[in-house]
Design a protein around this ligand. Structure first.
Ligand SMILES: CC(C)(COP(=O)(O)OP(=O)(O)OC[C@H]1O[C@@H](n2cnc3c(N)ncnc32)[C@H](O)[C@@H]1OP(=O)(O)O)[C@@H](O)C(=O)NCCC(=O)NCCS
Length: 388
């Protein structure tokens, strides 16, 4: 690269495509060991949280920095339950929206619309911002479930005041209380998706918030970013791929062809993990369990064959299953429609987005990277009549 006149500073220029390896913030929320395949939230290993915690407790941990006491958790859960309801106008608007856009686009609209009625909209004190955050985390599942009920011509099911976050979502979606075991599996899936450092959507939220814009705008930025197939949109595409493959005996040929044609296998690879994603390990166990429970091993057997071939072919390059590979199979057995997989990811990740925004703005500096100019140094302006 040749340095052009527009770059005013003459110090060493560092360029990292996709910001790989760039440290953009200090954080005490979570850490990933990409070599060992470890993930901790506020120091606690993800495996412990998956075993012992609930989404509500994990959300508290991520937002406030430590596990809640019994009374703090009760109060936090009570607040979450109370704040689940949507403003009437938003509920009505969801009924008017077209039935076929991707639900992630609907979620963007619903979050932006709900923000207009937020009683703490203008508040910027810590308590007000926290109420906004908790309200958002509580309302996103309602937005997703309501829209799904409306688009499928079913009555909306209001939140159930006695159910926890995960069980209540399945209840609002299906119109009946889930069995305890399935509610727990979904709860664990939400815990595993709740936070993951400065991934693209969290960074998008932080960039928006760093301009001192509001938390709702930051979450809208994050939702738009999560939608992409290289990020949260991968889970939905994994099941499309399993469908396309059809049977386990066709998996090897499919993968080898895809790799030959330089196509990506969704649900594999990660910027940080160069080994098995610890979240994928836990989700794989649940995918196995549910496949056995329902006597339908179609998806899991294709998935395991893909995994075997991918690790054989690309394991040495550090390409392993990521969180999105087995989550789709789990969601399928929980009766969640495919195009809601990414909205469900957003529902879980909303807490990670909010935690990072709250942490960053406490010691805020606007994000403003630079681009290295590689265009021409000088071009004459040619009047339009003379252009050919
Ligand atoms: C997640 C992801 C975007 C990370 O991208 P990244 O850190 O920029 O990695 P790169 O795109 O530079 O990939 C590095 C190498 O691995 C290969 N690779 C990465 N993921 C791959 C995949 N899923 N399938 C096939 N090859 C893959 C790339 O082709 C590249 O090969 P090359 O060095 O021969 O060019 C990428 O792994 C991917 O596209 N995965 C599929 C989508 C997905 O599952 N996303 C969810 C992430 S949680």
């Amino acid at each position: 690269m040749v340095e052009m006149g527009v770059l005013e500073d003459s110090g060493t220029i560092q360029y990292s495509k996709g910001l790989e390896g760039v440290i953009a913030a200090l954080s005490s929320i979570s850490a990933i060991d990409g070599k060992q395949g470890k993930l901790i939230y506020r120091g606690i290993p993800i495996e412990m949280l998956a075993k012992y915690s609930t989404y509500e407790e994990t959300a508290y941990l991520l937002l406030y920095g430590e596990l809640p006491t019994k009374s703090q958790l009760e109060e936090f859960s009570r607040q979450m339950r109370e704040l689940r309801y949507l403003p009437k106008k938003v509920e009505e608007c969801l009924k008017e929206l077209p039935p076929n856009p991707h639900p992630m686009d609907i979620l963007k609209v619903a979050v932006a619309h709900t923000a207009l009625y937020d009683p703490d909209r203008l508040s910027c004190c810590r308590e007000g911002v926290m109420r906004k955050v908790i309200r958002l985390i509580a309302q996103i599942p309602t937005m997703i479930a309501y829209y799904h009920r409306v688009r499928t011509g079913q009555e909306i099911v209001p939140p159930h005041p006695d159910l926890g976050h995960a069980a209540n979502f399945l209840y609002m979606l299906h119109g009946k209380e889930p069995d305890e075991e399935e509610a727990r599996i979904f709860d664990v899936a939400l815990i595993l998706h709740a936070e993951h450092g400065l991934n693209a959507s969290t960074f998008a939220a932080m960039v928006t918030a760093s301009t001192l814009s509001d938390i709702n705008s930051a979450i809208v930025s994050a939702i738009g970013t999560l939608k992409g197939p290289l990020h949260g949109g991968a889970n939905e595409r994994v099941l499309q791929m399993l469908d396309e493959i059809g049977t386990p005996d066709r998996a090897e040929e499919y993968v080898l062809n895809a790799l030959k044609e330089k196509r990506r296998i969704m649900g594999f690879g990660h910027r940080v993990y160069k080994t098995y994603d610890p979240r994928a390990r836990i989700l794989k166990e649940y995918a196995e369990y549910l496949s056995e429970k329902y006597g339908d091993r179609r998806w899991i057997s294709i998935g395991e064959k893909i995994e075997e071939v991918m690790i054989r072919e690309l394991g040495k390059k550090g390409i392993f299953p990521n969180v999105d590979f087995y989550s789709g199979i789990v969601y399928h057995f929980l009766g969640i429609p495919r195009d809601l997989f990414t909205p469900v990811f957003a529902m879980a990740r909303s807490v990670g987005w909010a935690a990072h925004v709250c942490e960053y703005v406490q010691n805020n500096r606007i994000f403003r990277p630079r681009a290295y100019y590689i265009g021409p140094d000088y071009v004459e302006y040619v009047p339009i009549e003379q252009r050919r």
